[in-house]
Design a protein. Sequence first.
Length: 510
Amino acid sequence: MSSPDTPAIAPEASDHAVRFGFENTYARLPEHFYARLDPTPVAAPRLVKLNVELARDLGLDPDALASPRGVEILAGNRVAEGAEPLALAYAGHQFGHFVPQLGDGRTNLLGEVVGRDGVRYDIQLKGSGPTPFSRGGDGRAALGPVLREYILSEAMVALGVPTTRALAAVTTGERVLRETALPGAVLTRVAASHLRVGTFQYFAAQGDTEATHKLADYAIARHYPVAAQAKRPYRALLDGVIARQAQLVAQWLLLGFIHGVMNTDNTSISGETIDYGPCAFMEAYDPVKVFSSIDHYGRYAYGNQPRAMLWNLTRLAEALLPVLEQEEGNGEAALASAKESLAAFGAQFEAAYDAGLRRKLGLFTEREGDSALVQDLLTRMAANQADFTLTFRRLCDAVAGPEGDESVRTLFADPGAYDSWAAGWHRRLEEEAEPGQTRAAAMRMASPAFIPRNHVVEAALAAAIERQDFQPFEELLDVVSRPYDDRPGRERFATPARPEECVLQTFCGT
């Protein structure tokens, strides 16, 4: 069933209008960077959802994409004019263990388009069939993970977090076998690129310095053009990736987001959130919270994400050492340069994270003791199982004075724990010059009312999978697409899960 803002499938007469205007650059790189192959056709493709706004931003015609021929392209049954389907090669550390060859095992990069903003984007099909990198897998995707990535990635866009996006979701008319037989689907994903830390590791593991050079030059040209003018462009590339990832992880933590599978092959060179597998937004604040069913030791727990990202970036620096050595003149200088670059991550992350927390508390100026005030609140939230999103959202109302504190204190198992903290917070607010309404409005833009709560996501997916009912998916997507707005009548989407609704684990979906 198509969504309300998905165009009705147009008659065959309009099919000639399906044009992407592909301008492919990755396909011009050496052949060992990828495998060339077309998607594997499916039995009966059917459009579930088309991201009309995104299509227009990319300069695409939504009506043409929703036509029978457009749906065939989105399902992998037809190769669009100008497409050069590729499965990209890369390696990666998965939970700390290095795998020298991973690669796109169930995706096809159709090509690249230049959007109306002048930015180049990859158009990729996910779940489009086996590739030389499938390692025995079927190359397919189930409907649940496809819809989950659609919801989560579009929520991140609305929250202001760099991310890949979903252009379309199509069912295949086939079943895929996981623990049970599930309806199959294909996601059309849009990304600034699909370059990963693992892409650099792939060539470094082979000792292919020439390929590392080509890849680094490509990454600079595509994502960090200013680095090309730097005295040391490869060091500038490393600095740029580190800065973007420090900012990204800070944004995750400020929203209570847990990626769940922060392997190096899931760390984007562009600085986007990529690969929404066992990810989740936590409800009760817990710095050691883990949702991923495969993260048995908490490697990628909520509070470990900055450390995990620095570890991943260190692997990138190692992979870049051969080009840094040529740039610096010798191996010792290259190693010193890489270490200097990596040393900046901690301060960059802390600056972004602390500034975000101050915004969430309505503090426009930085004063001594602010960090202690924030950490005291987080400690009390963890001890009292206070909902992360609701606590900060309700503080937007409490900012005007103690009389607004009641709705916040009810979130704490011991309301007195909030009361004693709030007294100090209100004293600190008296040192700020901005009027209360200005401060409250700014806080609301830093603390969303709505996130994709796990139990609501799972209910929407269950309705789609079990009953082919996509209305809950549509309703949830509508809510998370406007996360900072108060939405009367939508309160259930902001309500934490009851004990029987709690989602304790999320799964990779492969």
